[in-house]
Design a protein around this ligand. Structure first.
Ligand SMILES: [Zn+2]
Length: 492
């Protein structure tokens, strides 16, 4: 079916998350009119508005949740759901879904060696065999599954930290995102020390990779390219400096993991006689264009440096708790005006891409830790997965206002766990009662990507079948593969 120029969605509740009308505005019987890839109107629906839209848009109007062009406003259904902006995932990795549940109950560096590095080694050693078996590269399978997960949970924009062997497989990720219809910022990973020796770079090679990838992929199919050296411990001062200079020269963001778990951070201190944050500051890598993932362990000096430099933080509570890394001082960061977004991290460490679960855990943990129920209310953590990361990533998304990208989701309110939902408790129910699976419609850049729970841009059954088989082959390989002990503090 030809994509229509105008799309209309009308729902029982609408959360525009628009600063102009107030981020907390909750609209009953709301609508969003989309023109092309942008929001044209959003607000409270009336029959008059319905009549006008039908008159103005004519046969170019598609009404979401209805069949055919409506003859009158009576044919515009009010869907039993809440429409809100698509989630913006500010830190994740798109190759990890086959390692969900692998090397669990292990801390970060052991998990990296026993799950992530084994998996990337498996893909590399069996590249040709796997490609023959599946008809596409195994990397393509993992990236397609990541996009399926994103759309399943209502994520329309992702910053993918493309680490390890993935840095050699940009084309497949760009292609997977293009097919899915989502938006992506790809932070190209790199290492030149304390890591699996098969993937160590020189500074020249890393900078050349940035030049080549930006020339080939920047601006294509809702794709942006930025430097993303993997970890502070796995990159020398020269490497970090060179890549940050590349980011500044090209006007891009800069992304890194930092201070993720206490042992690695303590080991870093003993090895380099400074904290990761001070180290980054010394090489002038911290400013308002830098986004650090995690930042769990902080000295008072670290927090002051983050505040003074305007550095952004992405908090990943699912991964931080599962890996036993601890949790960052989110409340202190927010009090200092440090921007904090909430994200999931990769599927392997977070075990899902459920952004609402991440938002819930972020809130729940801080309330319990500080013994203060007033901290991080539902509205605030909802903003931390929509408007805050959109601003951090400098993208025209995260709100439903005229001129914004038409990235939206409808969460089904007919589910038992979300009943009763009214205007006064809808945000609270999204955070506290949703299980993440109620995302019934997803629109990305004006295109319907999920229609009444059905994936339109991706072949759900094929992707699931391929990933299941790939994960089984990985587990066979893992039984006999040599143990890797190459990461950070575990380096031999
Ligand atoms: Zn990560």
């Amino acid at each position: 079916m030809k994509d229509k120029k105008f799309k209309l969605i009308r729902s029982r509740l609408l959360l525009p998350l628009d600063e102009k009308i107030g981020l907390e505005t909750r609209i009953e019987d709301g609508y969003v009119l989309i023109e092309g890839s942008l929001v044209r109107e959003a607000g409270r629906y009336t029959d008059e508005i319905g009549k006008r839209i039908i008159r103005d848009c004519g046969s170019e109007l598609e009404v979401i949740g209805a069949s055919g062009v409506p003859a009158s406003e009576k044919e515009i259904p009010c869907l039993d759901g809440v429409v809100l902006p698509g989630f913006v995932k500010a830190h994740g990795h798109d190759h990890e879904s086959p390692i969900i549940g692998v090397a669990k109950d292990e801390p970060l560096t052991e998990w990296l060696d026993h799950a992530v590095n084994v998996f990337t080694g498996f893909l590399n050693e069996n590249r040709e065999d796997l490609e023959k078996r599946f008809g596409v590269s195994a990397n393509t399978l993992t990236y397609s599954k990541a996009k399926l997960d994103d759309i399943y949970y209502g994520i329309t924009t992702a910053l993918t930290h493309h680490c390890n062997f993935n840095k050699y497989h940009l084309a497949e990720l760009v292609e997977a995102n293009a097919r899915a219809g989502t938006k992506i910022i790809i932070a190209i990973g790199g290492q030149d020390r304390n890591y699996d020796p098969r993937i160590l770079d020189t500074v020249e090679a890393a900078v050349k990779r940035m030049d080549d990838c930006a020339a080939e992929f920047s601006g294509r199919d809702r794709t942006w390219i930025i430097p993303g050296p993997d970890q502070v411990f796995s990159n020398s001062a020269q490497m970090i400096q060179a890549l940050k200079e590349w980011a500044d020269a090209n006007g891009t963001l800069f992304h890194m993991h930092s201070s993720e778990e206490p042992n690695t951070t303590a080991w870093f201190y003993s090895e380099y006689l400074t904290s990761p944050v001070e180290y980054l500051h010394r090489v002038r890598a911290l400013d308002e264009n830098t986004i650090l993932a995690h930042q769990v362990n902080n000295t008072p000096v670290d927090l002051a440096v983050l505040q003074a430099t305007g550095t952004n933080i992405v908090h990943n509570p699912l991964a931080n708790t599962i890996l036993g890394s601890g949790m960052p001082p989110v409340i202190e960061m927010l009090e200092k005006g440090i921007p904090v977004a909430v994200s999931t991290d990769g599927s392997g460490s977070a075990d899902s891409q459920n952004m609402l679960a991440a938002a819930r855990l972020a809130s729940q943990y801080q309330k319990a830790f500080h013994q203060n129920a007033r901290l991080l209310p539902a509205q605030q953590v909802l903003e931390m997965v929509t408007t805050v990361p959109a601003k951090m990533l400098r993208l025209n998304t995260g709100s439903l206002a005229p001129g914004r990208d038409a990235d939206l989701i409808l969460v089904d309110l007919a589910r038992p766990n979300l009943t009763p939902t009214r205007g006064d408790n809808v945000v609270e129910n999204l955070i506290w009662a949703s299980d993440g699976s109620e995302v019934r419609w997803v629109v990305g850049n004006g295109k319907v990507l999920k229609d009444d729970y059905r994936f339109l841009s991706l072949d759900e059954e094929k992707i699931k079948g391929d990933i299941q088989r790939l994960s089984e082959l990985l587990i066979e390989y893992r039984r006999t593969s040599k143990e890797i002990k190459a990461t950070g503090a575990r380096k031999e």
